[in-house]
Write a protein that binds this ligand. Structure first.
Ligand SMILES: N[C@@H](CCC[C@H](N)C(=O)O)C(=O)O
Length: 362
């Protein structure tokens, strides 16, 4: 997988190809992009189009369906669908015929590159289920590392499965993940409600080396980052999260003012997080309305993080700042999060949309 050659199909009027009968789609065929020598010109672009055949085909969706993009199986190509959940974007790969991902972490990192690849926050594989589940979801972050779970990703995963299996309307799936059993349910309105399971608060399981309280949790503890003490609460949703509402003795955070790219990596790689961490910076508007920005482990600043929004509500409840049912605003839009008292499970509801269909040579 050196130069990028891609065929893409863009749904023009709706994210859900099969649910429409009269919408149109464009497809463009093989774009070939090669690297230019760095000194080629003072304002040299880093890519040049060396051979382009760009054709606009507009075809009715019904005509396209039997020979669906998703049914393509040409050897030597990776066929994918790009999805996003509130701008947290993923390359979805149909991997139902094998229990190992079709591509390596290094290949995934190349595909995620926003300049030299397709561009995404991660690559998600739909694999056969194990232990009585319907499917297994695995994911590589854009740096090639493999997280245990992805909240926005599992909503995209559910919509991807529905499309692969040609399912309409309400459907739920049992999905095996690195965080255990996760159950997304596609609702009538197309949004996906996910039973995200129980939060993990035990410090050694998050994992964090920060000193724990008597109940082994880390709630509102001081974390020194470059000489500034931040109050943090650590929550695992299968993957680790460090949630902060501000610095010790400081005002309520104004998250838009944060220099996320400077501070984010310092949290991510802090010595107290042996598995690195995702970090959420949170502003409280009301006890049921929060706003967050996230710096993700292995992906940097993203427009949304589903597991992060769940961790934020857990932290806000534990710190006495919010109720159990909250709207969490993220840069890409809002998520509805509920931490149910009766079963300790967290439920996340939000959208998942197709961006385009594509193929790349492997
Ligand atoms: N964006 C995701 C989380 C993806 C994994 C994360 N970067 C990690 O390494 O834990 C979400 O929506 O939850």
């Amino acid at each position: 997988m050196g130069a990028i050659a891609a065929a893409i199909s863009l749904p023009l009027t709706s994210p859900t190809r099969r649910s429409l009968t009269a919408s149109l789609r464009t497809s463009c065929t093989i774009l070939k992009l090669n690297s230019l020598p760095a000194a080629a010109s003072p304002r040299a672009p880093t890519l040049r189009v060396s051979a382009v055949s760009f054709s606009m085909n507009v075809e009715a969706v019904e005509k396209a369906s039997p020979d669906s993009f998703l049914d393509r199986r040409e050897a030597g190509f990776l066929h994918f669908v790009k999805y996003h959940g509130l701008g947290n974007d993923f390359i979805l790969v149909d991997n139902r015929d094998s229990s190992e991902p079709k591509i390596s972490p290094e290949q995934a990192a190349k595909l995620c590159d926003r300049n030299f690849g397709i561009g995404a926050d991660g690559v998600i594989f739909a694999l056969p289920g194990i232990n009585g589940t319907d499917y297994t979801m695995r994911i590589y972050n854009s740096d090639g590392s493999e997280p245990e779970m992805c909240g926005n990703g599992v909503r995209c995963f559910a919509r991807f499965i529905a499309e692969l299996e040609n399912l309409q309307g309400r459907h739920s799936f049992k999905v095996h993940t690195g965080a255990g059993l996760i159950i997304p349910e596609i609702q009538e309105d197309g949004k996906v409600k996910v039973d995200m399971g129980e939060p993990i608060l035990k410090a050694s399981d998050v994992p964090t080396k920060l000193p724990a309280n008597k109940d082994q949790s880390v709630v509102k503890s001081g974390l020194d980052v470059d000489g500034v003490t931040w109050n943090v609460t650590c929550v695992s949703m299968g993957n680790p999260h460090c949630v902060t509402f501000g610095t010790e003795g400081g005002q309520n955070l104004k998250v838009d003012e944060l220099k996320l790219a400077d501070i984010g990596p310092k949290f991510e790689n802090h010595e107290v997080f042996p598995a690195r961490t995702n970090t959420e910076f949170v502003q409280v508007f009301t006890p049921s309305h929060l706003k967050m920005r996230v710096w993700e482990r292995g992906a940097g600043a993203t427009l949304a993080c589903g597991t992060g929004a769940c961790a934020v509500v857990v932290a806000a409840v534990l710190e006495g700042r919010a109720e159990r049912n909250c709207t969490v605003d993220l840069p890409g839009g809002p998520l509805q999060i509920e931490w149910k008292e009766e079963n300790n499970h967290i439920y996340m509801t939000g959208p998942a949309e197709v961006v385009f269909y594509g193929s790349v040579p492997l």
